[in-house]
Design a protein around this ligand. Sequence first.
Ligand code: HMG
Length: 382
Amino acid sequence: MNFGIDAVRFYTPGFSLDHSLLAAHRQIDPEKFIVGLGQTQMSILPPDEDIVSMAANAAAPLVKEAKDSIRLFLFATESGVDQSKAAGLWVHHLLGLNPSCRVVELKQACYSATCALHLATSYLHTHPSEKVLLIASDEARYGLNTPGEPTQGCGAVAMVLSASPRLLSIEPHQGVFAEHTMDFFRPNYMREAIVDGKFSTKLYLQTLSHCWQEYVKLSSLQFSDHSRFCYHLPFTKMAEKAHERLCRIAQVPFDPHQIESSLIYSRLTGNVYAAALYVGLSSLLENEEQDLTGKRIGFFSYGSGCVGEFFSGIVQQGYRRALYALDHKELLKSRKSLNYEEYASFFSHRLPEDGSEYTTPVISKGPFRLLGIKNHERLYGP
Ligand code: HMG
């Protein structure tokens, strides 16, 4: 029996900033962002949204079909809203999930959703009649006028995992590499990540080669056994560099066609941390003209700090019928383009941190939004 991704849907808030506008404001050549980083827009989190509302907005249509059979819900994030309570419990409530569905939150920078994916498929081996809900939801924040600023973004991906999945069956071999590094981290008292950007891109590429070598050894698969590749997407140029590196290791010519469909959505959302690899998967399945049925996709997941993993999956027959392509394209197209002042004001908005009561301004169309804070408790609703 196969186990893997039965459905995938993403959500990103209804506001974006054009990189050409940001470049003009920072007096930088726009080509640096558009060509040098491969980004044209980034999604901006409004004051009445956070990882919980984005997660609920991503998952709502998916769980309608699967509510009764979901008994495990894994929430992957590095933008946690509480030190104790899993963000997924708010989502469990908002979506009316089954009381017998367990909920837990996982963290390791942008890698955690990949670990969750493998935990879920292992779980399904012993519970094949059940489904697992996996949501990755994050806001990438580096700060105004920092080198990381043009690589910010936000969004959530929700996936239903099952036996006999409609989209992608996950294969058993993974090449993994972990090492204690300080390329990117965010102490509890900070809202923005501390990042050594150049060092982080080097580590990303080194980790890719370690993971690939172990994956090839364990799986006995070669580069040519893979039809397309999805990479973790801090910015789309990083995936191009990664694919060039892999082609060099495998001694094959670089073919941009093997990655380009996976980059389309990310170029418009920016980095969505734990969700980024799976936004790439959505983008690939929904934008690739060639029928990918039966094709093997290679995935490289990277989370700073750092853990990396190379794994693979096989695209399932009839996969196009299970996609949310129209929803995603409409969502991206209908975002309001912010001017610089609006962006800076959204970015600088702070929720009270002293427990005082607060009602957020109504900005998002939802369906779910952060309503405010009362008695230290975050309140959500439509
Ligand atoms: P920077 O210093 O602003 O940019 O930082 P740069 O000077 O390196 O330029 C970027 C590229 O633009 C270069 O291309 C330039 O040549 C080019 P490259 O040489 O690298 O191929 N360029 C131009 N191209 C065309 N026309 C021009 C022009 N000018 C320059 N006029 C950096 C870039 C990515 C370091 C910065 O944005 C940053 O710190 N970002 C955040 C960290 C990051 O994204 N790291 C990626 C790897 S780590 C990771 O993926 C994990 C992560 O997602 C977090 C997690 O795991 O949780 C971040």
